[in-house]
Write a protein that binds this ligand. Structure first.
Ligand code: 6GU
Length: 232
């Protein structure tokens, strides 16, 4: 997996912790960071400039980014699926994560500043992804969100006891409430059914809780779930 960024130092702690770190240690993925500024072509090492036509902010320039992408892609003969992080992109969700997890090789481009010269989109034809309807200072955090969600779907990334298949969103429903010791805490107790040892009753309760929660909290997900069930 290639990551092109002006702030490679932001990625170290995330890729070096927890599941992303373990996945790399297991050889399921490797991370190659490219500093976009290393490919600046002018004396000032410019990566961005003022927008033609005026307006606020700075725009990521074509030459540096094209050079960086081409240099990174040359390091590996497999063609890369290019992903550009931008609030203009398709909304990232679990389905997109699964789609990306199935790709041979990913190349993520995290920009900073107001935006990208449109010829970056036209010339590199990346998949454009947004992680939600809010504004971040740059694509770096978004790239890390995408990496984490994708890497944990790689076969073997999670322990055998914990598959990614039966998680929230995999089936389109939110998770059921969880409890652990102690049975009684500050006057709050654990639902009796979970202590009953009746596995069928527990499964039924959990499914009911998932449905109630999804209906109440995420009517959008509930509608999609109902529509999917109808088709099956
Ligand atoms: Cl991908 N980039 C930026 N800059 N802001 C965002 C985003 C991406 N997704 C949501 N907000």
């Amino acid at each position: 997996m290639d990551i092109l960024t002006l702030f490679p130092e932001m990625f170290g702690p995330v890729l070096g912790t927890s599941i992303p770190k373990r996945a790399a240690e297991k050889g399921l993925v490797s991370y190659h960071l490219t500093q976009i500024r290393d490919f600046a072509t002018d004396a000032h090492l410019s990566v961005d400039d003022r927008p033609f036509g005026g307006g606020p902010g700075m725009v990521m320039m074509c030459p540096t980014l094209f050079e960086a992408v081409e240099a990174a892609e040359k390091q590996d003969p497999r063609p890369a699926t290019r992903v550009l992080l931008t609030p203009q992109g398709r909304l990232f969700d679990q389905d997109v994560a699964a789609e990306l997890a199935a790709k041979d090789r990913l190349l993520l481009i995290a920009g900073h500043y107001e935006g990208f010269d449109e010829r970056i989109i036209d010339g590199l034809s990346p998949m454009e992804l947004s992680i939600g309807d809010y504004v971040l200072s740059g694509g770096e955090l978004a790239a890390m969100v995408v990496i984490d969600a994708v890497v944990r779907l790689l076969p073997g990334a999670l322990g055998a006891e914990h598959g990614a298949a039966d998680e929230s969103f995999a089936e389109g429903l939110l998770e059921y409430p969880q409890y652990t010791r102690p049975r009684e805490f500050r006057g709050m107790s654990v639902p009796d059914v979970l202590l009953s040892g009746n596995h069928a009753a527990i499964a039924a309760w959990r499914q009911q809780q998932r449905e109630i929660r999804t209906k109440q909290r995420r009517p959008d997900l509930w509608q999609r779930y109902v529509d999917r069930q109808k088709k099956l």
